[in-house]
Design a protein around this ligand. Structure first.
Ligand code: NDP
Length: 331
């Protein structure tokens, strides 16, 4: 099997040379294990935090050990009665082409008529994150005016569409003209975030003069300042991510932080894995919508295992790549 390791803790945006492809033979199958051939790999922003060598809500990647991440694999050999060769499963032994895993650590795929890789994106962890942030964390109602940052991305694009379908006025920020046009086509008031916090806030105000009740935070930095300036009193902020900080932990905090007090905001961070018991409710609601085309989603597909670091690094290039970043492995 071929797998990626990370060889050092990156400073700033990781250099592609920090990732090395290694080869090893797979262990013999023990009872209760599966041999998998990966078909699709997911790369996600949280993986950057795992490269810092520091334990947060999740263990750091061990240097020079096989990396991990969500993947869709096909069972090629099974010593567990619940799975047979040919089954497609979701699991965490990504960043590699083949793996031997414990059958207790894989999930069978739901059976909607959607492309397999949708279970890594709109119907996978990112989609579940959008749904959880809006409903469980922010307590969204149809009366709310909602702001979503990184709104055209894997998480953001489902968040904006669910909010539009609830009847909310929705403002979304993105990093290119093309992304903004796509958002507008979904019924979202789009704002390009490549401008000062004051100018982002002015654009948000033009789009939603009534102010923002719920902010779905994906970005941090000047974007958060613009959001704080746009919030209504007693607004709620679901803190999902702060991607602008992941390569730059030295950033100053938001200048408008005192507005959390003056506007009496409720700000709550969340980690989707701690809400995974809600996945069956999520998939029952959103699976049929995706199947019938009532939810749109975009993908940027990188071809071949070798492209995995590039796919990962593309997450940090604002404006350049659309939607969910995926790696497609040779069939
Ligand atoms: P996206 O598909 O949104 O891809 C990342 C996007 O972030 C880029 O395309 C870019 O969009 C934007 N971006 C990158 N760097 C910057 C920057 N410096 N400043 C502003 N924008 C930037 O990724 P995901 O949907 O997978 O993740 C979105 C957020 O959700 C991330 O912060 C992630 O960490 C978080 N997350 C949190 C989870 C949780 O459990 N709390 C679970 C899953 C994700 P653009 O071109 O529009 O600038």
């Amino acid at each position: 099997s071929r797998y990626f390791v990370v060889t050092d803790h990156p400073k700033g945006v990781p250099d592609e040379a920090l990732f090395e492809l290694r080869t090893d033979s797979l262990p013999e199958l023990a009872s209760g294990q599966l041999k998998l051939k990966n078909l699709w790999l997911s790369v996600d922003p949280y993986m950057r935090n795992r490269m810092d060598g520091v334990k947060t809500y999740i263990d750091p990647f061990e240097l020079n050990a096989p990396m991990e991440g969500a993947a869709i694999g096909e069972v090629v050999e099974s010593s567990d009665e619940r799975f047979k060769a040919g089954d497609k499963v979701r699991h965490m032994a990504g960043w590699r082409d083949h793996a031997v895993v414990d059958a207790n650590h894989v999930e069978p795929l739901p059976s909607y008529d959607v492309p397999l890789q949708a279970y890594l994106g709109v119907l996978g962890m990112p989609g579940m994150t959008a749904w959880t942030g809006l409903n469980t964390i922010a307590g969204l109602t149809g009366e709310d005016t909602v702001l979503v940052s990184a709104a055209s991305g894997a998480v953001g694009s489902l968040a904006v569409q669910l909010a539009v379908q609830k009847g909310c006025t929705v403002v979304g920020t993105a990093g290119s003209k093309e992304k903004c046009q796509w958002l507008e086509s979904l019924g979202v008031h789009a704002v390009n975030h490549h401008q000062s916090a004051e100018d982002i806030a002015a654009d948000i105000k033009r789009a939603a003069p009534q102010g923002i009740d719920v902010y779905f935070e994906n970005v941090g930095g000047p974007m958060l300042d613009a959001a704080l300036a746009s919030m209504n009193d007693f607004g709620r902020i679901a803190v999902c991510g702060m991607i602008s900080r992941y390569n730059d932990g030295e950033q100053p905090g938001p200048a408008n932080i005192a507005m959390m007090l003056t506007k009496r905001l409720r700000v709550q961070g969340f980690i989707v894995l701690e809400h995974w018991e809600g996945y069956s409710d999520f998939i029952k609601e959103v699976g049929p919508l995706v199947q019938k085309g009532a939810i749109e989603y975009q993908e940027s597909v990188f071809e071949g295992l070798e492209a995995t670091p590039k796919a990962f690094l593309s997450l940090f290039e604002s404006g350049a790549h659309n939607g969910k970043r995926l790696v497609k492995l040779a069939p």
